[in-house]
Design a protein around this ligand. Structure first.
Ligand SMILES: Cc1ncc(COP(=O)(O)O)c(C=O)c1O
Length: 379
């Protein structure tokens, strides 16, 4: 065999799919594994794509994205308090490519990113591809918030970026003001980028959803990664964006152009429309489901960090005396309900439940989960 890029040797397939596939083999198993909206894309967005296709928008778009979408994104970001010019916007194939472009664009081999853990696994995958190292900052012992001493202790001369994701996949936790202050203090006087993965920030349920990407003092080091997938139920459209200062865009644009040339033109037209759609009706339903799941977990006596956004809850299952992989495997086989082990997100002793399913499935799934844990308690 001819050797491949050695940075790829340690990459593994996402275990999330492993558990989803296992569940698919069990007839009638309820899936609480899925990290994507169960709603259809709003009709107006689909019609915009159709009109663009009918209007002949089937050719290459500019590498950075169409002027219309970059203007719309810049206006949208500026309205929410993150002043952005169209030149500072790069349209990407979802937040995945935004993150890929951002991290590959800034990391040299041997450099480090700090990732609060449990967290989304893609950051580490990209860092590995870049030959960089991921420093996992364990936040499970600190209420899933970022403490100053712990963060300072994780910083080394090789630290190149801190990646934050609030609301968080897999916990649904929103970083509080103190956590954000701690992150700001850590990056402000150092040559460290702040990468904000904000894909769930339009799905916040509390009164307060503090957001470090709005802080003007961090503009010169902020790379914001955003997606149309979650708020507009557009996961399959594969469109998102990043924003960054001009000197960073100068290189990231070339990297993205080399990767993808451009996002499909008619998809960008649909994304322009999406920015005028109010995702509030979907958010309200997620919020009701969130309240329901949390109440059911309280009734089951399972502790969990308070989820104030996204569509996940992360209950602790340590007291059952098995690791999260065994717990999930047994719950699929014996309980006919599927969740994702915390180990997939770098945290043992937890499972991730997603409430991207109908109210009926959610009730059936949680009834089954309750029966399963009562059975474990008896044995
Ligand atoms: C935290 C987080 N970031 C980024 C993404 C990527 O989203 P997309 O590429 O669909 O925009 C996901 C998808 O699940 C996610 O959970």
């Amino acid at each position: 065999m001819i050797p491949l890029n050695q940075n790829l040797t340690s990459l593994r397939r996402s275990d999330i799919r492993v558990y989803t596939n296992l569940a698919r083999q069990i007839p009638g198993c309820v899936m609480l594994t899925i990290g994507e909206p169960d709603f259809d894309t709003p009709q107006a967005i689909k019609e915009a794509a159709q009109a663009a296709l009918d209007g002949g928008q089937t050719h290459y778009a500019p590498n950075q994205g169409t002027a219309e979408l970059r203007n719309a994104v810049a206006a949208f970001e500026t309205r929410r308090g993150h002043e952005t010019a169209p030149e500072e916007v790069l349209i990407t194939i979802g937040a995945c490519q935004a993150l890929f472009t951002a991290l590959l664009g800034i990391l040299n081999p041997g450099e480090e990113i700090i990732v609060p853990t449990p967290g989304f696994g893609l950051y580490k995958t990209i860092a590995t591809i870049a030959g960089a190292k991921t420093v996992e900052l364990d936040v499970s012992e600190t209420g899933f918030q970022i403490r100053r001493e712990a963060l300072e202790a994780a910083i080394t001369p090789r630290t190149k970026a801190i990646v934050i994701n609030s609301p968080c996949n897999p916990t649904g936790v929103v970083l509080d003001r103190q956590s954000l202050e701690n992150v700001k203090a850590a990056v402000l006087d150092r040559p460290i980028f702040l990468v904000c993965d904000n894909v769930y920030n339009r799905l916040c349920y509390g009164e307060d959803c503090p957001d470090l990407s709005l802080d003007p003092e961090l503009r010169d080091r902020l790379i914001l990664c955003q997606s149309f997938s979650k708020p507009y139920a557009m996961t399959g459209w594969r469109v998102g964006y990043l924003t960054c200062p001009a000197y960073v865009m100068d290189r990231l644009l070339l990297l993205s152009a080399a990767q993808i040339t451009a996002v499909p033109t008619f998809v960008q037209q649909a994304a322009v429309k999406a920015l005028s759609v109010d995702p509030e009706p979907m958010r309200r339903i997620y919020r009701q489901r969130r309240d329901y799941v949390c109440q059911r977990l309280r009734d089951m006596g399972l502790p969990f960090p308070e989820p104030e956004g996204a569509f996940y809850v992360f209950p602790n299952i340590e007291r059952f005396g098995m690791d999260s992989a065994e717990f999930c495997t047994r719950m699929i086989r014996q309980g006919k309900v599927a969740a994702v082990p915390g180990s997939c997100f770098g945290a043992e002793g937890y499972i991730r439940l997603s409430y991207c399913c109908s109210g009926e499935d959610l009730k059936t799934g949680l009834d089954r989960m309750e029966r399963f844990i009562r059975m474990l308690e008896k044995t």
